[in-house]
Design a protein around this ligand. Sequence first.
Ligand code: HEM
Length: 398
Amino acid sequence: MRAGDLYYDPYDVEIDADPYPVYRRLRDEAPLYHNERLDFWGLSRYEDVVAALKDLRRLTSTRGDILEVVKAAPVMPPGIFINEDPPLHTIHRALVSRMFTPKKIRALEEKVRAFCAACLDPLVGEERFDFVLDIGAELPMRTIGMLFGIPDSEQASLRSTAQRALRNQPGRPLPVTKEKYFDGGNYGEYVKWRVDNPSDDIITELLTLEFTDLSGTVRRLTRQEVQIFVGVIAGAGVETTGRLFGWMGKVLAEHPDQRAELVADPALIPRAVEELLRYEPPGPHVARYVTEDVEFYGQTVPAGSALLLMLSSANHDERQFLDPEQFDIHRDISQHVTFGHGVHFCLGAGLARLEGRIALEEVLKRWPDWEVDLSAARRAPTSTVRGWDSMPALIGRS
Ligand code: HEM
């Protein structure tokens, strides 16, 4: 369990407040880490994390990709494509990826900007706003809601779904339950409604498109399968993106010089979003189930183990990034693993980047400076994502 006094517990609130010193020690002293008490293995170096994400032969996603789930190793219901391996994953992912092409994402720009304005305009003239409650809990869910074709009249219920998503993740020390993990939100009723009310949206497209399944049969997805797909997309895209905004408020308040550069030259904003994603990944790790013995650094990780891949640590690996502990919007950041790597690379990366860029543009237009009130900020009680439930900004104080 311990290498010297080196101990890493992904559920430990104190470690989680600033995990980077522990990550650094793990990379240097125990690049393959074994926590016997919590019964998992972990990789922390960039190179190893990327190699593991590519190792589809010995590491499977079919027993979940969140540590608690992988440890319980349930057999997943079909359709949760984030928890499938090729060839089934390839077929299912292809159905969704055609809806997330760069062209389709670019076409959302105007609407996402309008959502942002609707969130931020009512706050102009106030002394404070909240990066998580006013942007994080609103924008990602509204954007997904629009893609799903959920009517405007349902915005109130969308908001509560988003808030549940922001809180309903496996926390520490709460173990994840199967029910919670498989809960696809209340999207079932929308899917049912869309069957009789088709429109130009993802749910309608998923309900109607034809594909060749593993057995060679040409068919459509069942309503139940569509509901699962919708749950996967919303589950993967709302909570994570929501957390990005809390980090945005905090990190830019801590780096006022770089924030001023963004105000002076908004063309730098995409770089700033990318560096934010590298510096404070909303999803600190993913996990895999080991299907056959695999060796790292002369030690065998036996089949049946849970292996934690520490994305945040990889993003701070000095073997890969110069001065990784510095937030620097001018660095070359193309290689971070915040969105994973390989076949499961985040399908919504383009959308998250778009939301991050537009929100930052719109915030900086209205408020070029702010301080954050860390005494009132609230950490999110979860280990699946790392971030804040609330990040209040005091406007014009810096
Ligand atoms: C997959 C992170 C936003 C949809 C992933 C994975 C990561 C990730 C690390 C890989 C999981 C694995 O390998 O097990 C993030 C972060 C986001 C974000 C940090 C925001 C900052 C989004 C958005 C959407 C989305 C906005 C959709 C609208 C998905 C889907 C997958 C995925 C569907 C599964 C892909 C597959 O299995 O082929 N995401 N994500 N994500 N993400 Fe994201």
